[in-house]
Design a protein around this ligand. Structure first.
Ligand code: SOE
Length: 381
């Protein structure tokens, strides 16, 4: 695993726990974690259960005992690491968004396609595809329970940047993060919409905005928090993105990604409305799915809450008895399970780098649209 910040902890948990709850066809060995600073990387290895630590990812990728590389670094290094790893014949799991630019994502996707022909797998970490209620929602739509999709509303709302004195971490620098709320969390809203509905976002019209233009420089800390210095620096990414998307069926979807929605901590929400029904999901209530069946008698209509904690629900049967909740971290175990099963079966895991490239194109199209006062821009190659 390259990187050991917040996502490193989450991925480590996935690698460690998945083999204990799922019967995996291969046994993952958590061999080495890589970071720039020897001391903190060694501490991460010890804490999260990796056998060793190292500081040079190129050396680690060249090793014969490494079969898979898990990339959890900021976006500016994804392309170099993923391309080197795939070319060295290592399977790759790469955090989202796939890259910082369309050019990088395209190069990664091309290398991944060639590697796939040699049996080398690659996957992008849109982990929320692995939340049981999300998979169940996708299944209901695929089974036709919503009929024709008429409208989608997708939003990812957080408030961790409300404090104008919160320090300027890498997530607020364009050269490191690629974009702000748009790519960090808007990418999830785009991927979730496409995963649940089975449709692609083809064109967008939108606006992005930076609400706090300058912040204190970071003295100590990393991605999501830290201590502030007295000097200030420019925020070079968006804090808020609002856009409309045209889906492949012609239906319209509205999107919102913000780190400035007071009181919303991690509200990734989607509401899908169709000719025969509707559903709604909210990550802050991730064991639930709201479902409205418009074919029921008029007097019995209404959203009902499905508690997605039955053995028959996706992934759930491998965990606790009926009714016992899952949380944020379970998605990372499900992600490991799906990746390992795909590798062992010689299948191409999803979401692919090509899916990651497509999301990158949508992000890029939103930025272009915003720069041109909201004109419609196609998300195409
Ligand atoms: C921070 O905004 C963040 O951790 C994202 O980077 C993750 O992708 C999302 O899962 C939660 O929020």
């Amino acid at each position: 695993m390259i990187g050991h910040g917040f996502m490193g902890a989450a991925h480590s948990q996935g690698w460690r726990v998945a083999p204990r709850f799922f019967d995996l066809p291969l046994a993952p060995a958590m061999q080495v974690v890589v970071g720039r600073d020897a001391g903190s990387t060694a501490a991460a290895a010890e804490r999260w259960g990796w056998a060793e630590s190292a500081t040079d990812w190129r050396e680690v990728i060249a090793r014969d005992d490494i079969d898979l590389v898990d990339i959890v670094t900021p976006g500016d290094t994804h392309a170099a690491i993923a391309i080197a790893a795939l070319e060295a014949g290592k399977h790759v799991l790469c955090e989202k968004p796939l890259a910082n630019t369309v050019v990088e994502a395209k190069a990664m996707s091309e290398v991944a396609a060639r590697a796939a022909e040699r049996g080398v797998a690659s996957m992008v970490g849109f982990t929320y595809r692995r939340v049981p209620a999300v998979v169940h929602a996708r299944q209901l739509i695929a089974d036709g329970r919503l009929g024709d999709i008429r409208q989608v509303r997708a939003e990812y709302l957080q408030d961790w940047l409300m404090d104008a004195d919160a320090p300027l971490t890498w997530r607020m620098k364009k050269d490191l993060a690629g974009s702000g709320a748009l790519g960090d969390i808007g990418a999830h809203a785009i991927d979730l919409t496409e995963f649940i509905t089975g449709q692609r976002v083809e064109r967008v019209s939108g606006i992005i905005e930076t609400i706090v233009a300058e912040r204190p420089l970071l003295e100590h800390g990393s991605g999501l928090s830290g201590t502030a210095s007295t000097e200030r620096g420019a925020v070079t990414v968006d804090d808020l993105a609002l856009f409309t998307g045209r889906l492949s069926s012609g239906a319209l979807a509205s999107f919102e990604a913000t780190r400035f929605r007071t009181g919303r901590k991690n509200a990734l929400r989607i509401e899908v409305s169709g000719s025969k029904g509707a559903l709604a999901f909210d990550l802050e209530r991730l064991n639930e799915l709201e479902f409205y069946d418009a074919t029921q008698p008029e007097t019995e209509l209404g959203f009902r809450r499905i508690l997605v904690t039955e053995a028959g629900h996706p992934y759930v049967g491998s965990w606790w008895p009926t009714g016992h909740m899952l949380g944020y971290e379970h998605g990372f175990s499900h992600q490991v399970r799906d990746l390992v099963v795909a590798i062992a079966g010689g299948e191409r895991p999803e979401p692919s780098f090509d899916d990651g490239l497509h999301v990158q194109r949508v992000l890029d199209a939103v930025e272009q649209s915003s720069a041109a006062d909201g004109v419609w821009v196609a998300a195409e190659g």
